[in-house]
Ligand binder design. Structure first.
Ligand SMILES: Nc1ncnc2c1ncn2[C@@H]1O[C@H](COP(=O)(O)OP(=O)(O)OP(=O)(O)O)[C@@H](O)[C@H]1O
Length: 237
């Protein structure tokens, strides 16, 4: 793994027709922390992640990973591991073959495949076709794919979707372990009650704007994140 990477977004904006998906958005995400990128459905989280990953061109602003735009990274797959959605598995491939194909694409040795299968707890199912995987197993395979390049940065969109409580506890341990290795871990979620059990820092979005940023403790002040969020958007008197 290369040096720790800070994420820096400055003045990001994106409009889709009449919809301001993201407006003048600036924030930093620090290495060595799990940062929750939170907010309700449609608040602009995925659009921001897609701008960070070079999948959507911003109308304004910059999104940098270790000081570089995604398109300027020398080894993108070894710098950023992204799990945005559960698509992209060939249904007739086994989990192991899916990972081997991806490993060959990014120039990773096959022993990384076995390592990420172990790390994500799906080694026992690795010989099975992915069309027989449960939603939770697909989340794990998606995460395994993101981890293949041993990246210093992880960007995960709704990683708890489809995980049972035991799976969420497992994910918490995994993300904490990755952050403890000085990785930068950014996790988008609309489920505040789940997210607050996973993260150190929070960025809270509402209608394409950042309404709160800081450590979880500072934002919640000992209350729930949901209560703090409703207060920030003025939904509580
Ligand atoms: N390709 C697109 N074309 C048109 N509108 C879009 C497009 N992508 C996003 N939007 C709109 O931009 C806004 C922000 O969407 P975005 O997916 O970024 O939010 P989100 O916070 O990730 O939501 P969710 O939690 O549902 O994933 C929404 O109003 C959405 O409908």
């Amino acid at each position: 793994m290369s040096l720790p990477h800070r994420l820096e977004c400055r003045g990001l904006a994106k409009r889709f027709g009449p919809v301001d998906a993201v407006t003048d958005l600036s924030f930093d995400v620090e290495p060595g922390r799990v940062t929750g990128f939170l907010g309700p459905n449609g608040s602009g989280k995925t659009t921001t992640l897609r701008m960070l990953l070079g999948l959507v061109r911003p109308d304004a602003g910059t999104a940098l990973i270790g000081g570089r735009a995604y398109r300027d990274l020398a080894e993108p797959a070894r710098t950023v591991g992204a799990a945005l959605e559960d698509t992209g598995f060939h249904p007739a491939r086994t989990g192991r073959d899916h990972l081997r194909v991806y490993a060959a694409m990014i120039g990773c040795p096959d022993d990384r495949v076995e390592a990420v299968l172990e790390l994500t707890g799906i080694a026992d199912a690795a010989h099975r076709r992915t069309d027989g995987y449960s939603t939770g197993m697909r989340r794990r395979l998606n995460l395994a794919t993101a981890l293949l390049g041993d990246p210093p940065v992880l960007v995960l969109d709704e990683p708890t979707n489809g995980l049972d409580p035991e799976g969420i506890a497992w994910l918490r341990r995994l993300l904490r372990g990755l952050a403890a290795e000085s990785r930068t871990v950014l996790v988008a979620s609309h489920v505040l009650s789940e997210a607050e059990r996973l993260v150190d820092d929070v960025l809270v979005m509402h209608h394409g704007k950042l309404v709160a940023a800081g450590t979880l403790a500072a934002i919640t002040g000992g209350d729930t994140l949901e209560h703090a969020f409703l207060q920030r958007i003025g939904a509580l008197a």
